[in-house]
Design a protein around this ligand. Structure first.
Ligand code: HEC
Length: 256
């Protein structure tokens, strides 16, 4: 009997000890279940806005959201350029395109898009003339792709001009082309149409104003090597005092 009672006492003690270790464990589990994690879209008191999810930072793209393979980004459908805009063209889009074109493209292509911009006049490789049939007959997304990836001697403008704006410029190129190739059927019936001759007469321009303008020959600009030779020759003929003064003013040129 005494043995029995000792045994049961021991068993009780062991059970109590086991329970004692379990209780903190149970408490631990409770804590982890209520951990302060955010469930998507659940409110939070942590941020003043009450949202647990932070709003996306402007100009960033979350993983998986970049649909970079759509027509808007590639200008291609089934690997082919298309004669279509990825969004509707409004007057606002055309005006934006004109503004961006005038900033980024006119230095080489000129305001009318004939490829005779100031940089070309000064010796850069002649840029494309948008009125030339070979360029005019290209599908619209070709222009978008030229801006996106560059073309021959033309650098790409994807860093300077956003995707949306590159499309706006492409639409504006079409407007420039239409301005030189419009027919009576392009204007609403009943529109008062005047010929260029009538307009120039009213404006008091010379009679040959409406004729096609012949542009001067492109300036024959000396090559970089010619210019360096001319500079070196100039330096040699300069008096010593002027030479050292100019060196002080522009140390980098002097160093070269
Ligand atoms: C630094 C000068 C320069 C600037 C700026 C420039 N281009 Fe060009 N572009 C060229 C040259 C040069 C070519 C001819 C490339 C060749 O044939 O190698 C060309 C060709 C083109 C063509 C014709 C491609 C073809 O199919 O023959 C298009 C369209 C065009 N550019 C659009 C643009 C647009 C739109 C912009 C403004 C975002 C722009 N370019 C800015 C120099 C320039």
């Amino acid at each position: 009997m005494p043995t029995h009672s000792t045994n049961s006492l021991l068993r009780w003690a062991m059970a109590a000890a086991a329970l004692a270790t379990l209780i903190p464990l149970a408490g631990c589990r409770q804590d982890m279940q209520n951990e302060p994690k955010m469930i998507p879209q659940r409110e939070s008191k942590f941020f003043a806005s009450g949202r647990s999810v932070r709003p996306q930072v402007l100009g960033t793209v979350a993983r998986g959201q970049l649909d970079a393979d759509t027509y808007f980004y590639t200008g291609l459908i089934d690997n082919k350029e298309q004669d279509a805009m990825p969004f509707p063209v409004t007057m606002t889009v055309l005006e934006r395109g004109q503004e961006r074109f005038d900033i980024y493209c006119t230095p080489c292509h000129s305001r009318v898009g004939n490829g005779r911009g100031m940089i070309v006049e000064r010796g850069y490789k002649p840029a494309g003339n948008f009125q030339a049939p070979i360029i005019r007959n290209k599908p619209l997304s070709h222009y978008f792709r030229v801006m996106t990836s560059g073309y021959g001697a033309m650098p790409d403008y994807s860093a300077q001009v956003t995707t949306q704006d590159r499309w706006a410029i492409a639409a504006y190129i079409r407007a420039l082309q239409l301005s030189q190739n419009a027919t009576l059927s392009d204007v609403p019936p009943g529109t008062n149409i005047q010929t260029m001759a009538e307009v120039s007469q009213q404006m008091g321009y010379s009679p040959n104003f409406p004729d096609e303008w012949t542009l001067p020959e492109l300036t024959n600009v000396p090559s970089a090597a010619d210019m360096k030779a001319a500079i070196d020759a100039g330096k040699k003929s300069m008096p010593a005092t002027t030479q050292s003064a100019s060196k002080n003013n522009s140390p980098r040129r002097g160093a070269r």
